[in-house]
Design a binder for this molecule. Structure first.
Ligand SMILES: Nc1ncnc2c1ncn2[C@@H]1O[C@H](COP(=O)(O)OP(=O)(O)OP(=O)(O)O)[C@@H](O)[C@H]1O
Ligand SMILES: [Mg+2]
Length: 309
């Protein structure tokens, strides 16, 4: 299957500070790819770069969507891709809507930018398909009158009206409670199956990544630390950082989500140096880890950034 997204040596800086430092990804059409890592590791900045969403950022390297270079696209081309070809589902659904306008108007406006004028019946059908009860009533409400789960479903329904090729879901379940979370995940899985939509799922939750992602990337310090098929990585992690993430969640009660909570603080970009960013926290470190940046090595369809592997 062809790659729909390809990031090559992508770096992103804000005010001269590099926060994403040469990230490589290849995601195939129809695949569900997870990005796992602690807070500040560069997951969202990487995902935002797929549509060049940070207007204050300086980008380097390349982002290819269906073979076309996103970083070289004009603003008008970018605005046709955003929402139409690539839809984002954000962490806090309430913040993604204008609180002062009813959902029906917002939804119509958002899709009409892309020249899509669905009938009211179609809108209701799509909202019902994402599990919203009484879509007609919901459409007459303001965002604040909906629960987090309902709002998230409206956002997913809205993105489906454009039949996107890719959905980027950035922590889509962190603002909603556990039972709704399972439903949203099932919904994303169904969308992937039914429409063949490629999904990039950013999460702190290892169970979630394990349950739905075919392949995954582990990020730390603005870098890819490990990458490959999810089943392989989670059953036989190679990188000490991935191992630490798995170990620190293993001890939690299985009935809870296994959130990544590693001992010590993640490294902030202003302390990035040209050596392994995990050096200070790594149990397996040797002298070279604190003096040289390991390259990303590829072995048997897996990639690791560690001098000791
Ligand atoms: N617009 C911005 N301007 C300056 N720095 C930014 C900006 N957005 C993000 N950063 C910095 O880039 C780094 C990576 O941030 P990012 O949001 O990608 O982390 P993340 O892995 O998504 O974390 P989280 O799990 O908390 O969402 C952080 O140090 C963050 O402070
Ligand atoms: Mg984030």
């Amino acid at each position: 299957m062809k790659d729909i997204l390809e990031l090559k040596n992508l770096s992103v800086s804000f005010d001269g500070l590099k926060v994403v430092r040469g990230v490589d990804f290849q995601i195939k059409k129809g695949e569900i790819h997870g990005i796992l890592g602690e807070s500040g590791s560069g997951k969202s900045v990487t995902a935002f770069s797929i549509c060049k969403l940070h207007d204050q950022a300086v980008y380097d390297g390349s982002v290819l969507f269906d073979g076309e270079s996103v970083l070289d696209m004009t603003e008008s081309k970018l605005s046709t891709i955003r929402g139409y070809d690539i839809a984002y589902i954000f962490q806090n659904p309430h913040e993604s809507f204008n609180p002062n306008r009813k959902l029906y108007k917002q939804l119509r406006e958002a899709v009409s930018i892309h020249g899509i004028q669905p009938s009211d019946e179609k809108i209701i059908e799509v909202l019902a398909s994402v599990g919203l009860k009484d879509p007609e009533i919901i459409l007459k409400k303001y965002p604040d009158q909906l629960s987090g789960g309902e709002c998230q479903r409206v956002m997913i329904g809205m993105s489906l009206l454009c039949e996107p090729k890719v959905i980027i879901a950035d922590e889509p379940t962190s603002a909603i409670d556990a039972s709704i979370k399972l439903q949203i995940i099932k919904l994303l899985k169904d969308i992937n199956k039914t429409h063949g939509t490629t999904i990039v799922l950013i999460s702190h939750d290892i169970d979630l990544v394990e349950n739905i992602c075919d392949s995954m990337t582990v990020m730390y310090g603005g870098l890819v630390m490990e990458q490959g098929m999810t089943s392989k990585i989670l059953s036989e992690p190679k990188h000490p950082y991935t191992k630490a993430l798995i170990d620190c969640t293993e001890s939690l009660n299985k009935s809870h989500e296994r959130l990544v909570t590693l001992e010590g603080l993640p490294l902030s970009p202003k302390y990035y140096k040209d050596h392994c960013p995990f050096y200070d926290r790594c149990k397996d470190r040797v002298a070279i880890c604190g003096s040289e940046m390991p390259a990303l090595k590829e072995i048997n369809h897996r990639a690791f950034r560690c001098s000791q592997i």
